[in-house]
Design a binder for this molecule. Structure first.
Ligand SMILES: Cc1cc2nc3c(=O)[nH]c(=O)nc-3n(C[C@H](O)[C@H](O)[C@H](O)COP(=O)(O)O)c2cc1C
Length: 202
């Protein structure tokens, strides 16, 4: 098992995969890591579609502007935000946070006001606003995958409408990213990163 530091430092985006299948229990562990992520008001809007069927993986690769390596991963997780789930989860989450005294009453009131406003907004606009919550859950999967020797690659370059058409999803679902997963068949070097001093704002 890797330390968090080792996982963060060893992770690479993997675009070449061995065809070997991923054990069911390891996939469950990955989803469990996602489940435990933090989210605004503990709303937990993340939802995941596990794709193993060759024709659907091919459809996903095509929807991602023919990034064909996606279809060569044994599993692709389609990572989504559930808008209604978010709206409902926010209301109950705020109540829970207030009840246990994790946030002050005045913050509960502000959050409730914000939740009401969100309900009036077009669903297509809410998705991108809540995507950060899903992104955290995705990165939990990405890092936990390393414990099982698995590699992943975030995919955001995709035609969301095409992805949703593959599954018949309506405007309640916002697709945040595709995540091909498998055993790496490449071991890329560390990519260039900004230096510490470059990421600090004066
Ligand atoms: C939000 C996000 C979107 C990305 N979208 C794509 C993508 O569509 N296709 C791809 O090949 N890589 C994609 N990547 C991977 C990046 O290219 C990669 O993280 C970056 O080059 C740094 O390399 P590393 O992950 O190996 O450190 C994405 C990464 C993130 C975080």
């Amino acid at each position: 098992m890797l330390t968090t530091k080792e996982a963060i430092e060893n992770r690479r985006s993997i675009r070449k995969f061995k065809p070997d299948p991923i054990p069911e229990e390891h996939l469950r562990e990955l989803l469990n890591a996602a489940r435990l992520a933090p989210s605004g008001c503990n709303a937990q809007p993340w939802r995941f579609k596990i794709v193993e069927e060759e024709n659907i993986k091919a459809g996903l690769a095509e929807a991602a502007f023919d990034q064909n390596f996606i279809s060569r991963a044994p599993v692709v997780i389609v990572c989504c935000a559930d808008i209604q789930g978010y709206l409902d989860g926010t209301v109950s989450g705020i109540q829970d946070l207030g009840k246990i005294g994790a946030v002050e009453d005045r913050i509960v009131t502000i959050l409730q006001g914000k939740a009401k406003i969100l309900e009036t907004i077009d669903r297509n606009e809410i998705g991108p606003r809540i995507a950060a919550n899903v992104a955290i859950a995705i990165e939990h999967i990405v890092l936990r995958a390393l414990d099982f020797g698995l590699g992943t690659c975030w995919i955001r370059l995709m035609d969301e409408i095409k992805v949703k058409k593959l599954f018949g999803w309506d405007d309640n679902i916002h697709v945040v990213a595709l995540l091909p997963i498998g055993y790496p068949a490449e071991f890329p070097k560390e990519r260039k990163r900004l230096a510490l001093h470059e990421i600090l704002i004066d």
